[in-house]
Design a protein around this ligand. Structure first.
Ligand code: GSH
Length: 202
């Protein structure tokens, strides 16, 4: 397998999953954004987005979907919750929530506060989506309210990998750490201690 990765990008999710599962893969580190700084990558992925997983004829570009694929294809692994476990629906919900609800609004904050040229920056858009992100974090804070360490099935799963990445992005690149509650911050710290941002970074 080959995983195209950029530092701190969503490819951290599959990278962390590959490492946890101790699967053989070749990481390909690209400058960000590859659309601009690694143009030959567009032949591999016309979207220009990261991650891209190539596994034989399989090509996948959705970070949480790739994590799920790896657990299903190369499991069984405790990193996945099975359909006959009570938390299966919750597990799937967190997987989708991680990108569609918790990462997407941050991309608007990043774009309109940092990436655009000064004249195209837009504090109204950035501020609105910052609030949107903080509002959505309430679901995570509520889920952790009962003192659980991990989101599903009483164990560390790819739902934690995918959600922790969104928090990592907020804490580092998007500069939104002031909106993380103490509980959410402690959860991110736990996930980091479980291996995130150490082995997974390179
Ligand atoms: N929903 C996709 C989004 C992929 C995506 O937009 N990746 C970002 C990096 S985190 C990217 O490649 N941005 C550069 C660009 O859009 O040119 C996923 O979860 O993987």
């Amino acid at each position: 397998m080959k995983l195209y990765h950029c530092r701190d990008a969503r490819s951290l999710r599959p990278l962390w999953t590959l490492e946890e599962m101790e699967l053989a893969y070749e990481p390909v580190l690209l400058p960000f954004p590859p659309r601009v700084f690694a143009k030959p990558f567009l032949v591999e992925n016309p979207l220009g987005t990261i991650p891209l997983l190539v596994d034989g004829d399989v090509r996948m570009t959705e970070s949480s979907g790739i994590c799920f694929y790896l657990t299903q294809k190369y499991g069984p692994t405790p990193l996945a919750v099975a359909p006959d476990e009570p938390d299966y629906a919750s597990f799937l919900n967190w997987l989708f929530f991680s990108d569609a609800t918790l990462t997407f609004p941050q991309t608007l904050v990043l774009r309109y506060r940092q990436f655009e040229t000064p004249e195209r920056r837009n504090e109204q858009v950035a501020g609105d989506y910052e609030k949107w992100f903080f509002g959505r974090l309430r679901a995570l804070d509520a889920a952790l309210e009962d003192g659980r360490d991990w989101l599903c099935a009483g164990r560390f799963t790819i739902a934690d990998i995918c959600i922790a990445y969104a928090l990592h992005l907020a804490d580092t690149r998007a500069k939104l750490s002031h909106g993380l509650s103490d509980r959410v911050r402690a959860y991110l710290d736990r996930a980091r201690a479980a291996g995130f941002c150490t082995r997974s970074q390179h």
